[in-house]
Write a protein that binds this ligand. Structure first.
Ligand SMILES: [Zn+2]
Ligand SMILES: [Zn+2]
Length: 378
C-alpha cells in the first residue's frame, strides 16, 4: 500500500505544485483521489500507470479538484478523435460487459462528467459509472441533470444515502473497504477512509516444521497456518497459525476547516492526509503582514473553508493517527528542493508536529510514501 502525491497545490498551481490529486496503490491497482487540472500530465511524470486506474474518488466539485477528470477519462479510455457522419464510430455502441471505471463523488459529479462529455463530443471506448454520496439535504434520486446517459456511461450509478452521518462501506471486497463522511468546507465536501481487512501475521516456519515432520503432515499445511488457521495433526495435536494483524487505515480528506464529523471513522489511522492551505510564518515567509497574528491567519483560513498546519496537527492527534501528511498548500509555499522551500516546509511541518506529537510529512508533487503497519513485530 503506497500513496503517490500527484498535485499538492491549493486553488492556484505554481511551477512546483500542480492541482490536487493523489494515487493510492493497492497491489497493482490504482485508485485516484481528486483529479485537478493536468493530473494526467502529472501521472505521465510519475510511477502511476494510467491503465491501472480502477476507481476515482472525488472529495468535492471545486475546480481545483475536478477539472482534470474529463481529460483523464478521455486519455484512459480511448476518448480522442471521432468520425464524420457517414462513418460509424464503434464507441457509440460499447459493451457494458467490460470492467467499469468507477467514480465516486458528491452530488453533481455525475452531471458534471456527463455534461462535459456530451458538450465536448467525447466518446469513450470503455464504460464508466458514477456513484454519488448524497447528503440528507440533497435530492435522493435522479441524476441532477436533464441530459440522459451517454453510450459510455453505465445507467447503474448508485445514489448512496448517508446513514447516521456516514457513508459506510461504499466499496468493500475481501481485501479493502472504503467508508466516507462529510467534512466542513465552503461547499459540500467528503473525507474518505480506506481500511484494509486483517492480513496474515508473520509466520516463523521453525515453530511448525518439527510437528509437521513428526506427524508426516504435508508441508502444504503451512499455507493454512499462514492464513491464521488451525491444523489438526495425525496424533490429535492442534497447532495454530499466527493471529491475523490489523490491516492498515488511510484517511484522505478533501479541503476542510473542520473534519470532525469523520473522527469516528478515522480513529487509529496509519496515515492521515490533511490540507494545510495557510500558515502564519513570521520571519520565514517574507509576505507575512505585520498586522497578522496566528489567530488572524487561522480566522482567515477558516472563513475560506481551509486549515492551518496547527489545525491539521490537532485533527491527527484527535484520531490518534500514526503519521500525518500535509497537502493542498498555498502557491506561496514552493514544493521543490530549493533552500527556501525546504526551510518553509520544515517550519510548516514543525507547526503541525507540535500540535500532533507525531511524525509529519509535507507532501511534494510526485512524492511516494509507503503505508506501514502499526506494529512491525506482529
Ligand atoms: Zn482545493
Ligand atoms: Zn475546495
Amino acid at each position: 500500500m503506497k500513496v503517490t502525491f500527484l498535485g499538492t497545490a491549493a486553488a492556484q498551481p505554481s511551477p512546483t505544485r500542480n492541482h490536487s490529486s493523489l494515487a493510492l496503490h493497492l497491489g497493482g491497482d490504482v485508485w485516484l483521489f481528486d483529479c485537478g487540472e493536468a493530473t494526467q500530465h502529472q501521472i505521465q511524470k510519475s510511477v502511476v500507470r494510467m491503465g491501472r486506474i480502477e476507481k476515482i474518488f472525488i472529495t468535492h466539485t471545486h475546480g481545483d479538484h475536478i477539472f482534470g477528470l474529463i481529460p483523464l477519462l478521455a486519455s484512459c479510455m480511448n476518448g480522442a478523435g471521432g468520425t464524420v457522419d457517414s462513418t460509424e464510430d464503434p464507441r457509440t455502441h460499447i459493451s457494458m460487459d467490460q470492467p467499469l471505471l468507477e467514480i465516486y463523488g458528491p452530488l453533481g459529479t455525475r452531471a458534471y462528467v456527463r455534461n462535459g462529455m456530451a458538450y465536448s463530443h467525447t466518446l469513450l471506448g470503455r464504460p464508466y459509472v458514477v456513484h454519488e454520496l448524497r447528503a440528507p439535504s440533497d435530492p435522493q434520486a435522479g441524476d441532477f441533470t436533464s441530459l440522459t446517459c451517454l453510450p459510455s456511461e453505465s445507467p447503474h450509478g448508485r445514489n448512496i444515502p448517508q446513514v447516521n452521518g456516514f457513508w459506510n462501506d461504499i466499496f468493500k471486497d475481501r481485501i479493502v473497504s472504503v467508508s466516507a463522511a462529510p467534512i466542513h468546507h465552503s461547499v459540500p465536501c467528503i473525507g474518505y477512509v480506506v481500511t484494509e481487512a486483517p492480513v496474515p501475521g508473520k509466520i516463523d516456519p521453525k515453530k511448525y516444521i518439527p510437528d509437521l515432520k513428526r506427524t508426516n503432515t504435508p508441508m502444504s499445511a503451512m499455507r493454512r497456518l499462514q492464513q491464521g488457521e488451525s491444523v489438526e495433526l495425525s496424533d490429535g495435536t492442534v497447532i495454530h497459525g499466527p493471529p491475523r494483524r490489523m490491516g492498515r487505515k488511510v484517511v484522505i480528506l478533501g479541503d476542510t476547516y473542520d473534519p470532525s464529523p469523520i473522527i469516528p471513522l478515522a480513529m487509529d489511522a496509519d496515515l492521515v492526509i490533511h490540507e494545510a492551505t495557510n500558515a502564519h510564518l513570521p520571519g520565514v515567509d517574507e509576505t507575512t503582514k505585520d498586522c497578522d497574528t496566528y489567530e488572524t491567519v487561522e480566522a482567515r483560513a477558516r472563513s475560506r473553508g481551509h486549515s492551518t498546519p496547527q489545525m491539521a496537527g490537532a485533527f491527527a492527534r484527535a484520531v490518534q493517527g500514526r503519521r500525518l501528511v500535509l497537502n493542498h498548500f498555498s502557491s506561496r509555499y514552493p514544493g521543490d528542493d530549493s533552500e527556501d522551500a525546504v526551510k518553509i516546509m520544515g517550519v510548516i511541518g514543525n507547526l503541525a508536529a507540535k500540535e500532533f506529537g507525531g511524525e509529519v510529512v509535507c507532501a511534494k508533487d510526485l512524492m511516494s510514501l509507503e503505508v506501514g503497519f502499526a506494529n512491525h513485530d506482529l
